[in-house]
Every structure is written in C-alpha cells, then in structure tokens.
Design a protein around this ligand. Structure first.
Ligand code: GDP
Ligand code: IMO
Ligand code: MG
Length: 427
C-alpha cells in the first residue's frame, strides 16, 4: 500500500496537473479531494494539451480508477461537459467514481459568487466566479445539497425548495437581482442526476478497499497552500483545504495511510486574483516572465501576476503539509534571465522575519530579503538528468532546498511527460 499526496506550495498553477499526470502512470487510483472547477490543470501528452477542471488528471490513462472525493464541490453540468469532451477525444471515463457525499454547485451559487464579488467593491477577492465559495458556505451552514440528495428525487425537491426560498429572498432583497424558478431548475438537475448516477458511490469505501488490496493511490491537490482557508492569505483564499491534511478529510482516508507528500513549486511565483504577494514584480522582468511562461489563467484567462521565487512561502508550505519532497517545475522559463533573485526572509520595520505573517497589514509592508544569483542563460528543456543541468541552475535549486528545508524530488523542464527529471522514487 502506498498513498502519495501532491499539493501546490504557492498560489496555484504550479504545474500540479503535469506532476500528477507523470506520477499517475505508477498509480492505480487518482483522487481529487477539494476545490471544484475553479482549478485548471493542464496536461500535455504527446504534444496534445488537455485542460482538466474537475476530473482527476489520471483520467488520461486507460484502466485507472479516478475518484472525485467528498471534499470536492461538483458543478454537474461542468462534470458532464468534461466527461463528454474526454469521450470525444477517445478517452474512456468508465473508471470515474464520484462521492455520494460531495456537495453540488447550484446556479444560485454561481450568481451569488458574482454579486458578492461586486458588493465587495475594492475588497474583492478575484474569485473564479464558479460558485465555489457560496457552495462551501452552504456545506458549512449545513444546508447544502449532496450528490446522494440529488439522486433521490423526493429529497432533492425538498432541499431545493427550502434553499431556493432562502436564496431567492437574499438575491432579491440584498442584491436586487431576479431569483430562480423551482420547476426549471428541478428538471435541469434531475437530468444531470440521471447522467451521473452510474458513477456515484461511497468513494471512501472504494479507496480504503483498494488500499487494503495493496493498490497505489495518488491524491491530486487543487489550488495551493497560500489559498488554503486556514493557512493561506485569508481572506484572499479559496474556501477549501488544499494542504495535505485536506486529502484525509476530502477523501475519507486516515492520516496513517499517507506515505508521502510532495509539494509542487514553480521556479518563480505567480498569483491570479487579488491579495498580498510580497515578491511580485510590477516591472519589465515581471512582464518578461509572464510572456516567456505564457502566464494566463487556465480557467479564466486572466493574466497571472508574476514575481521572484519566495523561499519563505515554500518553507511554510513545507511544514504545514509535512512535505517530503519538492517537485520544482518550469525551470526552463527562467533560461534567458541574466540574474535571479531568491527571497530568503522578509524585513518588517527593520527587523528580519523568517515566518510567513498572518496579518495582511504586516504582509503589505514587508520587504523581501533577496539573494541575487547568476542565471544560466542556456536552454534546459532537453535535459533529462539532474547532473546535466547548468551549474547555476543547480545552485539556484539547491539554495531553495536549503532555505526551505525540503529535499528536491523532481525537476520539470517542460510541459511534456518526458521533460521530467526524477531524483527520488515517489511510490
Ligand atoms: P496546475 O493548476 O498546478 O496544474 O498548473 P496549470 O496547469 O494551471 O499551469 C501550469 C502550466 O505549466 C501548464 O500549462 C503546464 O502544461 C505547464 N508546465 C508544467 N510544468 C512545466 C515545465 O516544467 N515547463 C514548462 N515550460 N511548462 C510546464
Ligand atoms: P489550480 O488548481 C490559481 C484563486 C482565485 C481567487 C481565489 C478564490 O489550477 O492551481 P475561488 O473561485 O476559489 O473562490 O477563488 O483563489 N484560485 C486559483 N488560483 N489556481 C487555482 O487552481 C485557483 N483556484 C482558485 O483566482 O484569487
Ligand atoms: Mg491551474
């Protein structure tokens, strides 16, 4: 039995999809455990690009079980569209298993996500407007609709009626928008129920049985540590738990069963949406990284904010998730830079701080303490072993490893499966 968790260490889009796809070859079961279609995981296989929002990246392999766990919030229309898209490309989705305990995103969640953002004005979070936050709000308020409810017409209608009354009142009275019609929403969602019914099961039972049978499980984190509801830059976060501990809650698997945790680290830093970002570059270097790296969101197409690699952020991710290894991605994007800066601490009111601050007021005022390092200025995307990497690239990675106090497990030098350098076995 072996269970490996892959998480994002920064603000998302580190290349989790690529790393999960690479490791999935060795796994029997691949599991999404939190978030929803706010995620955008791009996987490149033999030059073809796949963008996954809700289905685990393991779906691209034949014969794997792919689990969408109880901790995920599911927009059924999006799930069905993604399944159909896969089938059209000749990818079989028969191995998909969807948790009966997962909560369902409803049209009023998407609308509330939009109108709540508008009402926040200059305090807006910059959400993906997919209804993620409002759906988790209902889950926590104990009024949400789960997959098991959706499949039971009587139960679904009762819950929808109660929810619509409250949501329509809120939408009209507070936000001044129109409400929703019960009958059409009921018909729409019961059609989704019919389509998804064959896939819905108790996925915690499935996972525990497969572990008992000695199978290998791979957990695919979405979002990232700094977007975690508890551990991220609150309130500029998502509404779930992307850290490694979230895998246990969001999949129904005990912590004693997790054998390894891998943190994906982009070789620089990006962020989409609002919120603090100490090493952000608002200059030509930031623009250069954005253009070299095509840093535009997979889900919303928004330009990503770009900045230097922040080892304070990575070290923090290391201890909140107990990382065994880093998988460092997109090293090749830095190939042209003459010098690089690595943030090793922050300075606040003249004092050095080594921990990531909880206070946004403090975060706004910290100054990154940089170590400047020479770049390598040669291509790396063809390289297949660690020793062949340019000396300055290895020095950069090793300095990160020393400051963050996490071993290097994988280095990625391109989006393809073959552009992956493995330093340690993960399973
Ligand atoms: P995720 O959300 O963490 O899965 O990351 P995204 O898919 O949103 O963004 C990462 C992007 O980088 C995708 O387009 C990947 O195909 C690509 N990618 C992953 N690893 C590498 C790498 O090492 N080099 C390059 N150039 N691209 C990479
Ligand atoms: P992957 O899995 C980057 C960000 C949004 C916003 C905040 C809250 O591809 O790394 P939400 O819609 O979740 O309520 O938005 O979180 N965000 C992401 N940023 N990558 C993601 O996913 C993200 N998912 C959400 O931009 O700032
Ligand atoms: Mg992404």
């Amino acid at each position: 039995m072996s269970a490996v968790v892959v998480i994002g260490t920064q603000w998302g889009d580190e290349g989790k999809g690529k790393i999960v796809d690479y490791l999935a070859e060795q796994a029997d079961v691949i599991v999404r455990y939190q978030g929803g279609n706010n995620a955008g995981h791009t996987v490149v296989v033999n030059g073809s690009e796949f963008k996954l929002h809700l289905l685990p990246s393991g779906i691209l392999y034949k014969g794997k079980t792919c689990v969408v766990g109880n901790g995920v919030v599911i927009d059924p229309a999006v799930m069905i569209k993604e399944m159909n898209g896969m089938e059209e490309k000749g990818i079989d989705t028969a191995g998909l298993r969807v948790s009966n305990r997962a909560h369902v995103i409803m049209p009023y969640h998407r609308l509330l996500d939009e109108v709540e953002e508008i009402s926040r004005a200059d305090q807006k979070i910059g959400t993906t407007k997919r209804g993620i936050g409002p759906c988790y709000m209902d889950k926590n308020a104990r009024s949400g609709i789960r997959m098991v409810d959706l499949l039971d017409e009587e139960e679904f209608c009762a819950k929808l009626k109660r929810n619509l009354e409250a949501k329509n009142h809120l939408l009209k009275a507070v936000y001044g928008t129109n409400g929703f019609d019960f009958e059409s929403m009921k018909q729409e969602y019961l059609a989704y129920a019919d389509k998804l019914r064959p896939y819905v099961v108790d996925t915690s039972a499935v996972l525990n049985e497969s572990m008992k049978a000695g199978q290998k499980i791979l957990f695919e984190g979405a979002q990232a540590t700094q977007l975690d509801l508890d551990h991220g830059t609150y309130p500029y976060v998502t509404s779930s738990h992307p850290i490694a501990g979230g895998a246990c809650i969001g999949a129904g698997v005990g912590p004693t069963k997790i054998s390894k945790v891998i943190g994906v680290v982009k070789a620089y830093t990006t962020r989409v949406g609002e919120g603090p970002f100490p090493t952000e570059l608002l200059d030509a270097t930031g623009d250069l990284i954005r253009e070299e790296g095509h840093e535009y969101g997979t889900t919303t197409g928004r330009p990503r904010r770009c900045g230097w690699l922040d080892a304070v952020v990575v070290r923090y991710a290391g201890y909140v998730s107990g990382l065994d290894y880093m998988a460092i991605t997109r090293l090749d994007i830095l190939d042209k830079l003459p010098t690089l800066k690595l943030c090793v601490a922050y300075k606040y009111k003249g004092e050095i701080i080594n921990e990531f601050p909880a206070s946004l007021k403090v975060l706004d005022q910290v100054e990154p303490v940089y170590e400047e390092m020479p770049g390598w200025q040669e291509p790396t995307s063809h390289i297949r072993s660690y020793e062949e990497l340019p000396l300055n690239a290895r020095r950069y990675l090793e300095r990160l490893s020393a400051v963050a106090d996490i071993a290097i497990g994988i280095v990625s030098v391109g989006p393809g499966r073959e552009q992956t350098i493995i330093l340690h076995d993960m399973f």
